[in-house]
Design a protein around this ligand. Structure first.
Ligand code: SIN
Ligand code: CO
Length: 368
């Protein structure tokens, strides 16, 4: 992606300018971010997705009754009933066109991109005034939605409702979005979107792990990497007789500290488990295996595959490889482009081709 080139998607500014001026800072309204936009998923297909148990969906009926899916068709309110919203999470995992739309936002690192949620609402529907903890691009795909937004400090919530609804919503701006329009909001920016007639909105969402989540996840993974510490048992030949049997010995505290320091010490192991964690496939994702004996001429990552890299490793779907030289360059190109052309594949080493064939057979790569 040319990050210095102006994008219609961003209202004529470049990704570099967007990231510098708006990202995590202030809202941006873009009229006709995608001109002449035609919805990628029709109502029937969205409802069919919401009926599947492996798809995460929610139903919000005003005034703020929340139910979790799956929703067999008969379980959704009638289309003639006003003020309800169906929210379907992770639609990019189920539809290539939606995944392609999400990939237009890859001027933000893949490690931050989360998913595309599609909401369908009947007239007056919405989830109430709230704030999200993450950045979001709210793309209007079908019909109209009125957004009211405001940068308020008071983020206290209404008590006793299933949803996070702001108790004192104080919007400063109001916009009616038409198909193709888009509104970017930074984290914790108060907003309320109300359907004007039947409408569909796509939310391109991001993930920001908390320090707590990262620490828990990485420490758990690091603890699987410490077999060499297993043989080192605590010894205390100098332990004297104690009168205060309840007191934890200082030497044991130091021993424990050293054990944790050792587990965290190797930066390569640390980088590896982080990459493995970040590329872990979403829950409910499974890949369909194949039995190819020859690598196809060109390759594309499956829409569900998560691939990233760092200076020493290549990561794909929760696994890691050490790579350097031309093989590393080729695999990094695949991660960045999510595809490799015939020309790019031509010079690949036997080892790289073997690895990519394995990935094809695991279903991680698309075969046309
Ligand atoms: C919606 O699409 O109805 C809600 C999206 C949001 O406000 O984050
Ligand atoms: Co929101």
């Amino acid at each position: 992606m040319h990050i210095q080139h102006p994008l219609t998607l961003l209202g004529g500014i470049s990704p570099a300018q967007f990231m510098q001026r708006y990202w995590q800072r202030k809202p941006l309204l873009v009229r006709q971010a995608i001109p002449d936009f035609k919805p990628l998923v029709d109502r029937a297909s969205l409802f069919a997705m919401a009926a599947r148990s492996e798809v995460e969906s929610r139903l919000v009926v005003k005034p703020f009754k929340l139910q979790h899916g799956p929703f067999p068709r008969g379980k959704l309110p009638k289309l003639s009933q006003k003020e309800w919203t169906l929210l379907v999470q992770g639609v990019d995992l189920h539809d290539d066109k939606v995944a392609d739309l999400m990939h237009q936002f890859r001027f933000v690192p893949d490690a931050r991109l989360d998913d595309v949620m599609i909401s369908f609402a009947t007239d007056g529907g919405g989830v109430g005034p709230h704030f999200d903890s993450y950045d979001v691009f709210l793309f209007q795909a079908h019909g109209q939605r009125k957004w009211r937004i405001g940068k308020q400090k008071d983020l206290s919530l209404v008590e006793g409702v299933d949803l996070k609804v702001l108790a004192n919503f104080n919007p400063s701006h109001e916009y009616v979005l038409n198909p193709g329009d888009m509104l970017y909001l930074p984290p914790r920016y108060a907003h309320d979107g109300i359907a004007v007639g039947e409408c569909m909105t796509y939310s391109i969402g991001f993930r920001s792990p908390s320090q707590n989540d990262l620490a828990r996840e990485l420490l758990m993974r690091l603890s699987d990497e410490t077999e060499d510490l297993e043989a080192v048992l605590y010894q205390d030949p100098r332990q004297g007789a104690v009168e205060q049997a309840g007191l934890i010995p200082e030497t044991l505290q130091t021993f424990a500290q050293v054990a944790v320091d050792k587990a965290l010490k190797d930066p390569q192991v640390f980088a590896r488990v982080l990459g493995e964690y970040l590329t872990e496939p979403k829950p409910n994702v499974w890949f369909v295996e194949r039995r190819l004996s020859r690598l196809p001429n060109q390759l594309q990552l499956d829409r569900r595959s998560r691939m990233m890299y760092d200076g020493k490793h290549i990561f794909c779907n929760g696994e890691s490889w050490r790579a350097s030289g031309p093989d590393a360059r080729l695999l990094r190109l695949l991660a960045d482009q999510r595809a490799l052309t015939q020309a790019q594949l031509q010079g690949a080493s036997t080892a790289a081709k073997g690895l990519l064939l394995d990935w094809c057979n695991l279903g991680w790569l698309k075969v046309d």
